[in-house]
Design a protein around this ligand. Structure first.
Ligand SMILES: [Zn+2]
Ligand SMILES: [Zn+2]
Length: 249
């Protein structure tokens, strides 16, 4: 019971960091909007967010229980191997989340699993927590399945979870904080940006990846206008926003 309490506290802190950090970036880069800002959040949406944080805790408690029961093995050593663990977890989850995200958009599955998240066409940091409960458990099952097949170190798991929350928050900002030349940087340029996921919320047929764009490139689901929209957003001249009328008087 005590573990459940602390896992709940950890999830609330993670939620607060995503929202506070996200809004800090929105105000720091307010001239770099990708889309128009969304309407105010409704009471129903707030309830959905609260439920998602609670259900994330249920997944964490399930993981803790599986570890206590010896089903999931976690290594305790503290060394550089944690970076390998983090990378393996990130790449494995990146591929599996791309595949399951494609499945979530199939016409039969979409209404019962994924539509709730897409009700937010214009996103904000809390959009990350607007999910159907089934989707929260689906991601949780995938994550615990990966931990079952790959016995990571504790540090590797913590680093992955931090990156997962960071990518999730960045993807829903509605502004583009990444540097203008990000996409031309070797390797790093293939990590997803805010524009990448903002475009998925506008066109559910494109940009299914979460951490990298490699699967979208390989399976031809990358938006043709991604690079162009990224560039215009990072320059503060998003092609999705109405052009500003110059005051010529
Ligand atoms: Zn999203
Ligand atoms: Zn989607």
């Amino acid at each position: 019971m005590e573990a459940a309490f602390w896992l709940f506290v950890q999830n609330v802190i993670q939620f607060a960091m995503c929202v506070i950090g996200g809004h800090y970036l929105i105000s720091a880069f307010k001239e770099r909007r990708i889309t128009a800002p969304p309407a105010r959040i409704s009471a129903g949406q707030s309830a959905l967010v609260g439920m998602c944080v609670a259900l994330n805790t249920v997944v964490a408690v399930a993981g803790w229980w599986l570890w206590k029961e010896g089903v999931i093995h976690i290594r305790t050593e503290l060394n550089w191997h944690a970076l390998v663990d983090m990378t393996v977890l990130l790449l494995l989850m990146d591929f599996l989340m791309y595949v399951t995200h494609r499945i979530a958009h199939l016409p039969l599955i979409y209404p019962i699993l994924h539509r709730t998240h897409h009700l937010e066409e214009l996103t904000r940091p809390v959009s990350l927590f607007m999910l159907n409960p089934l989707e929260v458990f689906g991601y949780g099952a995938l994550w615990l399945g990966v931990l079952y097949v790959y016995p990571s170190s504790w540090i590797g798991i913590v680093l992955y979870l931090l990156l997962n929350a960071t990518f999730g928050a960045l993807g829903h900002l509605g502004i583009e904080p990444f540097p203008k030349h990000w996409l031309s940087i070797p390797i790093l340029g293939h990590l997803t940006t805010s524009t990448f996921h903002a475009q998925h919320h506008l066109d559910g047929e494109k940009n299914f990846g979460f951490y990298t764009d490699v699967w979208d490139r390989l399976f031809k689901t990358l938006s043709e206008t991604y690079a162009q929209l990224f560039e215009t957003s990072a320059e503060g001249k998003s092609m999705l926003l109405a052009p500003q009328v110059e005051d010529t008087f």
